[in-house]
Design a protein around this ligand. Structure first.
Ligand code: BGC
Length: 865
């Protein structure tokens, strides 16, 4: 009724009343009014106002100067990823757009407010700039910073100005002494030899008529800095960083000026930043001026790399953490506790004495004596230093480094110093993605687990998904990302983030179809061949598609998936993979090796079948019917071979050791016929019982074990595992003080101390993959793969004995969806929200018939089972 009234009112008014028309207009992967946008033929999304049930038609218009495109009325309920149908847009083009829609009663609801976007430079032809760097070479013993500058005069009144800029390496740009933008580690990390992302900044207000100066700092970053644990492994992509910059000014009289990076610039490696390194930290000597300016080396050859606007939000400062506590475990060593394992850096605001060097060490954990435990950083020095020019109060933060830490230690202070909490602030940096999901419950430890999962995601979403943020690794390990992807998609809007990283995966796929272990690939010596890691190429596109409904993620990656499945095929003997190797069920507790007890060939065949099935499903969605049939046959053949080899007629593992993970993968990937599935589930229950109600799964089995138990009718045991307090379990690490997920459940324990230092990260998100089950089953908010992107979804809470209530809220592309339940007087009260233009099917804890509901807010009462 509500929406009827709203739309009726609109037909009487010419101008749209706010709140009645479509809202939240976004372009591409969810960008709001972007500049430097990356797609010439974009897609459009909008939300319908609250009260509307559904859309029956839309009408979309774009205008750009004198050019317009009008979709006309299209009878469709599609309000997400609606394709643009006009002439492709070109570089720099500014576009306005708005949308009108008809609701479920056919009532026209009026034009939305206008949204707009502006294209970046789409091709290399748009660039007249040259790659520049200071003359000569930097000191190879450090990760030197380069400074580049030029001044110029803007002769007339300025109408608008844009800087298009990128680096081989990392850049920080200043115009007239003020920072341009607030991005860090720009331009990010891609497979640099193939693709370099460019950024666009609106500097209209920063530029002035008359004299102006541009100054740029370049850091080695991932391009030229240290990477991986091997000695002297530096300059993987290039020796020194380089800059490409184009400033385009439009004057009020319509004329233009362009200032580009070229031979007119000056450069130097001599300045206050002595070294700035991702792994090793930054040394800053405030006594040094930037000196020795010389002409630069300029190269007009733009190189073979694709230059394209950055398709994901850059890393930014998203939050700061204050110090909770200061200790002095050794004379002169002051340890500041931020209370949370985080990623970023420490900002100093403190008094210093002339010529004094403050040394800043970081650690995720403290030893028993209160001193820093940072042996687990391995060769990463992760140390910043600041040398003071004057006796004064400084404010300082580094430039091209980041640390994974909870504790900050300052040394080098005067003897009589009394450190104050506000001397140190934790600056949290990560890809600036929009937080979309929240999960909460009546159980403090479960809430702590959700917090740990979220912090793990923040710390490891630094332009690419990394395994860990602190040691000499911080790499885009495919397996870790693959298992965490669904959970990540609940917590943050990471569509653009995944699509960008998948682009690098396509760039780095080996010609034979294998996927490197890490993306971007900086481990060329280890040709990737690990099932469960390589399958990031199929599992991530599918996981992203299911949660967004964006079919382009399947289309873009389709041939990568085909090549991977082709590689499996080339290794297979009658559908099985007898020779396959890999990382196995990595870090399974109590296993004979760190690769776990589940045989490689079993894992290999399971992932081959799963990837082939995803490929078949993707072909079906993309309407490649012949492919869909062919790959479905292949998947069925591999499943059959898997079944015949590894399962007896009673659903028990044969020809391989019985492991939890073997059962988990067989059930999770749907490799068993229904009747055997139940038996396999019962066998898994037996194995969990034999482990005294504990996990015996590693990186591959752990993400699925609770959902597999649940799916086979053992939801109570799934809950018991999730709530298990003793090793190995999620709560065990929390009982040892975890504020993030750890690489091993016992990376630290109160009774045994620290685990094996060679691999002892306190910020590894892989085991956080259980977050998916918490959202989908504990709270009960689950996507429907048949109607992706929450066009239709399920409310299906599994009410656990350990909880009195649970709830999840998710900002879907259609609006807020939520599912909350509370036990009340022996019943369960379910409060749910279904966003406009979607439907949900509610499955009740007392197993009464499900009910499908349209957009709206509902409260149901159900009995317990
Ligand atoms: C990383 C992982 C990764 C693994 C592969 C480790 O060093 O930290 O998380 O998946 O190697 O075996």
């Amino acid at each position: 009724m509500k929406n009827l009234i709203m739309c009726a009112a609109l037909t009487l008014t010419a101008a749209p009343a706010l709140g009645d028309t479509a809202t939240s207009l976004t372009v591409g992967e969810g960008f709001t009014n972007p500049i430097g946008f990356h797609e010439a033929s974009p897609v459009f999304s909008w939300k319908l106002p609250k009260g509307v049930k559904s859309q029956t038609a839309y009408h979309l218009e774009t205008t750009s100067g004198t050019k317009a495109w009008d979709s006309g009325w299209v009878n469709s309920d599609q309000s997400t990823f609606v394709p643009y149908g006009g002439e492709p847009f070109s570089s720099r083009q500014q576009v306005d757009w708005h949308v009108n829609f008809r609701d479920e009663n056919g009532k026209e609801c009026g034009w939305s407010e206008s949204a707009h976007f502006e294209l970046g430079l789409l091709s290399a032809n748009d660039w007249t700039a040259q790659w520049i760097k200071p003359l000569g070479e930097s000191d190879p013993k450090v990760e030197a910073v380069a400074w580049l500058r030029r001044s110029f005069s803007a002769t007339k009144q300025i109408a608008s100005a844009r800087v298009y800029v990128t680096a081989r390496g990392l850049f920080e740009l200043q115009l007239n002494g003020a920072r341009v933008g607030n991005d860090h580690f720009a331009n990010g990390w891609t497979s640099y030899h193939k693709r370099i992302d460019t950024l666009t900044y609106d500097v209209t207000r920063q530029i002035r008529s008359g004299e102006n100066s541009l100054e740029v700092m370049l850091g080695d970053g991932w391009y030229a800095g240290r990477l991986i644990w091997e000695k002297n492994n530096k300059a993987v992509y290039g020796k020194d960083p380089e800059l490409l910059l184009q400033l385009e000014i439009t004057y009020a009289d319509g004329s233009h000026d362009t200032i580009v990076s070229d031979g007119q610039w000056e450069g130097t490696f001599n300045g206050p930043v002595i070294s700035s390194s991702n792994y090793d930290g930054e040394s800053y000597d405030a006594r040094k001026e930037v000196t020795d300016w010389k002409p630069v080396t300029a190269n007009p050859d733009l190189g073979p790399e694709q230059l394209a606007p950055k398709p994901l939000p850059p890393v930014r400062e998203v939050e700061t953490l204050g110090v909770q506590n200061i200790t002095q475990p050794q004379p002169g060593h002051f340890v500041f506790d931020l209370g949370q394992n985080m990623v970023g850096w420490a900002k100093l605001k403190m008094p210093v004495e002339k010529d004094q060097t403050i040394t800043i060490h970081f650690a995720e954990m403290l030893k028993d004596d209160g001193t820093l435990y940072n042996d687990n950083y391995r060769s990463a020095k992760s140390t910043d230093t600041y040398t003071a020019a004057e006796t004064e109060t400084i404010e300082w933060e580094p430039h091209f480094t980041f640390h994974g830490f909870r504790y900050v230690e300052l040394t080098g202070l005067p003897q009589d110093a009394t450190p104050q909490k506000d001397w140190v602030t934790g600056v949290v940096l990560h890809s600036d993605l929009r937080q979309t999901g929240t999960f909460t419950s009546s159980h403090a430890k479960l809430n702590q687990l959700q917090s740990n999962i979220t912090w793990g995601q923040r710390g490891n979403f630094v332009d690419i998904p990394t395994d860990c943020p602190q040691r000499d690794e911080r790499l885009g390990w495919t397996g870790d990302a693959e298992v965490f992807c669904p959970t990540a998609m609940f917590n943050y809007d990471c569509l653009a983030f995944w699509k960008s990283w998948l682009g690098s995966m396509r760039d780095d796929q080996y010609p034979d179809g294998r996927i490197p272990h890490v993306i971007p690939d900086v481990l060329p010596k280890w040709k990737g061949d690990s099932p469960g890691w390589m399958d990031a190429a199929t599992i991530i596109p599918w996981g992203v598609y299911v949660r967004t409904g964006d079919t382009s993620v399947l289309a873009d990656n389709y041939s990568m998936m085909e090549k991977l499945v082709g590689w499996y095929r080339s290794q297979a003997v009658n559908g099985l993979l007898p020779k396959i190797q890999g990382f196995g069920d990595w870090l399974q507790p109590y296993a004979k090796s760190q690769k776990g007890d589940t045989p490689f060939p079993l894992i290999g065949a399971a992932f081959y079948a799963h990837s082939a099935q995803i490929l078949a499903d993707s072909a079906r969605i993309l309407k490649r019917d012949d492919d869909a049939r062919r790959y479905a046959d292949e998947a069925a053949m591999v499943k059959q071979a898997f079944l015949a080899k590894y399962f007896d007629a009673n659903g028990k593992i044969q020809n391989a050791p019985e492991t939890q993970t073997a059962y988990v993968l067989a059930i999770a990937f749907d490799l068993l016929p229904e009747d055997l599935k139940a038996n396999a589930g019962a066998n898994l229950v037996r194995l969990v019982g034999e482990a005294d109600g504990h996990l015996r799964t590693g990186f591959l089995g752990t993400p699925y074990i609770v959902s597999v138990l649940d799916e086979t009718g053992h939801g109570d045991l799934a809950y018991d595992l999730l709530f298990q307090e003793t090793y190995p379990s999620w709560f065990y690490s929390i009982n040892q003080g975890a504020t993030t997920l750890w690489e091993r459940w016992n990376s630290y324990s109160h009774d045994k101390g620290f685990g094996d230092v060679s691999m002892n990260s306190f910020n590894h998100y892989a085991y956080g993959a259980v977050g998916q089950w918490m959202y989908e089953r504990v709270a009960g908010l689950a996507p429907d793969p048949a109607n992706p992107g929450y066009k239709h979804f399920f409310i299906r809470p599994l009410v656990g004995a350990q909880l009195d209530s649970a709830s999840a809220k998710l900002e879907t592309l259609y609006g807020t969806a939520s599912s909350a339940w509370t036990k009340q007087n022996g019943k369960v009260v379910m409060d749910i929200v279904v966003p406009p233009n979607t439907t949900a099917t509610v499955e009740f804890p007392d197993n009464r018939p499900p009910q499908t509901v349209a957009a709206g807010e509902y409260s149901f009462e159900s009995g317990l089972k």
